[in-house]
Unconditional design. Structure first.
Length: 314
């Protein structure tokens, strides 16, 4: 069983489209290159921010192939699995492995509100049919099924299940998981607005959304927190928060795509039934983004060299 570090900044990648509703691979590559240069630690494809429910199997395969070729094994590329049946989830996981994915992020079953035993069996069956490492996406707020501590107790025995994307909106769940399982599961924050708090409480990483538009600031915030430089991290976080709040709205894909467009790393096109922002809503979101760009913190070119493992520097 392959093991991943599951630490640092994992980007929940946008899926850029062009005016003809095709994937814009030129923008996709530009975005990944900017994030890689900023120092992210992994890529997550086909998540909800990536408009996964509108993508075909072939499009997910092509995105995966493109990302793998671009990063050349320097970063792990994770594919999201969000299916309605166990059979289709297993098929998606096996296809991901065939096409070169380094790991999987798996949501509980879609549509049907499975109970605890059904959800655990769902994860177990997928894990038994792939050799890829798995991160469980725990997001009861949006997907109505919570993976509880009792359920993780059953999943602990499965070596393939290595990490948790913690999106319960309860920051104390980080401590509950650490108290019960120590370091058995890596924990990655899945809600942008809670990243500061969860990383300060010991989360191992952050699956970020606004990193698609502001990769340097996202990585800087993470590294400062891990170096124990909380005041400097807090200064960035307070500037960042109005942007991070774009990740907590039902139109987060449109909002973050607009942000990425303003920073030269994306386009505004979305796939129906989503529609591009117009009118006063677009102006309101654009004002938030442009105000942040005007007051963007200065992060020196040698910033990453200035933060060492023992927190010295800067």
């Amino acid at each position: 069983m392959k093991a991943l570090k599951w630490e640092g900044i994992y980007s929940a990648l946008l899926t850029p489209f062009d005016s003809a509703d095709n994937i814009d691979f030129k923008i996709f590559e530009r975005n990944i290159e900017a994030q890689t240069e900023a120092g992210i630690d992994g890529l997550v494809l086909g998540g909800s921010l990536g408009e996964s429910s509108t993508l075909t199997y072939e499009e997910k395969r092509d995105l995966l192939t493109c990302a793998k070729e671009l990063v050349q094994k320097k970063l792990p590329v994770i594919l999201n699995i969000a299916e309605q049946s166990t059979r289709e989830a297993i098929k998606a996981a096996q296809n991901a492995e065939i096409n070169g994915a380094d790991g999987l992020m798996i949501l509980p079953p879609m549509r049907y509100k499975a109970d605890e035993s059904e959800t655990v069996e769902y994860f177990k069956n997928i894990a038994a049919n792939t050799s890829l490492p798995i991160m469980i996406y725990n997001n009861p707020y949006d997907y109505k099924i919570e993976v509880t501590l009792e359920m993780f107790d059953q999943l602990e025995k499965i070596s393939a299940i290595q990490a948790v994307k913690e999106s319960t909106r309860d920051v104390s769940n980080v401590t509950r998981l650490k108290n019960k399982f120590k370091n058995r599961f890596k924990i990655l924050c899945g809600v942008d607005t809670l990243a500061f708090e969860e990383l300060a409480l010991g989360a191992d990483g952050w699956v970020g959304g606004l990193v698609d538009a502001f990769p340097v600031e996202t990585v800087a915030l993470y590294k400062l927190l891990k170096a124990g430089r909380y005041q400097q991290a807090l200064n960035i976080y307070r500037w960042f928060l109005p942007l991070l709040e774009l990740d907590t709205h039902s139109k987060f894909a449109q909002y973050i795509k607009l942000a990425a467009t303003q920073t030269g790393l994306g386009s505004e096109y979305v796939r129906a039934p989503r529609l591009r922002l117009i009118g006063s809503e677009r102006e309101r979101i654009l004002t938030t983004i442009n105000n942040a760009i005007k007051t963007r913190p200065e992060i020196a070119d040698d910033f990453y060299l200035a933060i060492t493992e023992n927190g010295e520097g800067l």
